[in-house]
Design a protein around this ligand. Structure first.
Ligand SMILES: Cc1cc2nc3c(=O)[nH]c(=O)nc-3n(C[C@H](O)[C@H](O)[C@H](O)COP(=O)(O)OP(=O)(O)OC[C@H]3O[C@@H](n4cnc5c(N)ncnc54)[C@H](O)[C@@H]3O)c2cc1C
Length: 426
């Protein structure tokens, strides 16, 4: 009695877990991926300070792992939720990792010897990973996971693993937790740019998404921090960012603003300009939304660095033997421009988590028309839901930046904590 379950271990869930446990309540933190950290672990720097994302996140991840009152369940998903505030029964399925988490030292010998390379989701497909792998260098827990779907059972990893931690069979297990309250922080998914066919993502190799750029720009990412054209490996001399791809677009039923795309595009343009001042960068936009503390100043800084802000949206991206071609009307001057960038970055919007509907059905809480979780009240009760004892926070409820995700994670934590204390003293 008196535990709290937090579902989803991105920055919002991590903050919620640390705040609740910091007040003496036991937290079960459920994460479906093999490492905690969420999207923030994929980012290079964060606007508007250009702080290193992992330098902020990694200490929190380690604090979670070491906290005596936090039990982390990775590779895990909620199966059922029953009961009511003060007395929920949550069953979770821990999916097979095919690795003994006590014996694995995270040395990486098995990763090195594994002959299979597959698509690396953490690197947004820019790099590859092995069939046995660590999600990334600062993963928590710092151990490997075997991808049974792609493993060819060559046996090399079993032979090389000193402690014998790699398992041929693993059924996973089911765990039942009693909880006073539940916090849902299942985050977001980025828009699949293939749904805007006119931009040619995954057809034209030099058209990438903002998340792919985040991985490329990251010194520990698949290109070692070098921005490259995927067609020929050359360093781009000119780049175009296209904003609102999958945001503010009623033609694909995504009418809302994704909140972070203007700022993250400016951030990456600034970082590229800092490293290569000669790179020509044009940002095609509808409106610039720089609403937060220090954001407008950041916009001014980007302009002062020579980043061109072009108010207009290209209709399509074509390619000929010379490279990419975009036609765009500058809506401030009515001038029609034809651009020939070496690399195009699509600033993809933020959508609801791919499993939000399933979680909502299990919890008996509602979704908005957009697919994000619906809070009890958008102005004055932004983390409660219509089900007492179940709270929602971070980008699970709406597109948000990191500071807002942390703030709402902390806010949900306090409500969940109060429920837990009341349950204990009842
Ligand atoms: C390209 C790009 C750049 C960005 N740059 C910045 C920036 O510079 N500064 C800034 O402030 N913001 C930035 N953002 C926004 C930032 O990524 C988010 O604000 C932040 O990561 C949201 O954290 P979260 O915890 O709400 O969600 P997430 O990071 O999405 O975490 C959710 C977690 O829940 C897990 N999960 C999902 N479903 C389940 C389930 N059923 N069971 C268990 N676990 C589950 C997921 O695996 C994930 O670990 C950027 C966004 C993008 C797309």
């Amino acid at each position: 009695m008196g535990n709290v379950v937090v579902v989803g271990a991105g920055i919002a869930g991590i903050q919620a877990a640390l705040d609740i446990a910091g007040h003496g309540i036991h937290v079960h933190l459920i994460e479906r991926e093999p490492s905690i950290g969420g999207h923030m672990a994929q980012l290079d720097k964060t606007f508007p300070t250009n702080d290193c994302s992992m330098c902020i996140l990694s200490p929190k991840m380690v604090d979670v792992e070491r906290h005596p009152l936090i039990t982390v369940h990775t590779c895990s998903e909620v199966e059922t939720i029953a009961g009511e505030i003060g007395n929920f029964t949550v069953t979770i399925k821990e999916n097979p990792r095919y690795v003994d988490s006590v014996l694995c030292t995270g040395c990486g010998d098995c990763v090195e010897i594994c002959p299979v390379e597959v698509y690396n989701r953490f690197d947004a497909g820019v790099g590859v990973r092995k069939a046995i792998y660590k999600p990334h260098a600062q993963a928590v827990p710092d151990i490997v996971v075997k991808d049974a779907e792609h493993c060819i059972e060559c046996g090399l990893c079993y032979d090389i693993c000193g402690p014998g931690a790699i398992l041929r069979k693993d059924e996973g297990k089911r765990v039942t937790i009693n909880a006073a309250s539940i916090v849902i922080t299942t985050g977001y998914t980025v828009f699949d740019a293939r749904n805007k066919e006119q931009f040619g993502h995954l057809i034209l190799p030099d058209v990438i998404t903002s998340l792919e750029l985040e991985r490329m720009i990251n010194a520990s990412g698949p290109t070692g921090g070098k921005i490259k054209r995927l067609s020929n490996g050359a360093v781009p001399k000119s780049m175009v960012f296209i904003q609102c791809v999958g945001s503010r677009d009623i033609s694909i039923d995504r009418p809302y603003c994704s909140c972070v795309c203007c700022m993250q595009a400016m951030k990456n343009a600034i970082l590229i300009k800092e490293k290569s001042p000669d790179t020509e960068i044009t940002l095609c936009y509808m409106d610039i939304r720089a609403y937060g503390k220090g954001y407008e100043e950041y916009y001014e800084r980007a302009k002062a660095m020579g980043i061109r802000f072009l108010r207009g949206m290209p209709g399509e991206i074509r390619a000929d033997h010379n490279g990419l071609i975009l036609q765009v009307e500058n809506s401030e001057t009515s001038e029609v421009l034809v651009l020939h960038p070496d690399l195009v970055v699509l600033s993809v919007g933020i959508g609801p988590s791919d499993n939000a509907a399933g979680i909502a059905a299990k919890c008996g809480i509602s979704l908005e028309a957009t697919g994000f979780f619906k809070p009890a009240h958008d102005a004055v009760d932004t983390v409660a839901t219509l089900c007492p004892g179940i709270y929602v926070a971070g980008t699970a409820t709406a597109p948000r930046d990191i500071p807002d995700s942390v703030a709402s994670g902390g806010s949900a934590a306090m409500r969940a904590f109060i429920d837990a204390v009341r349950t204990r003293s009842a």
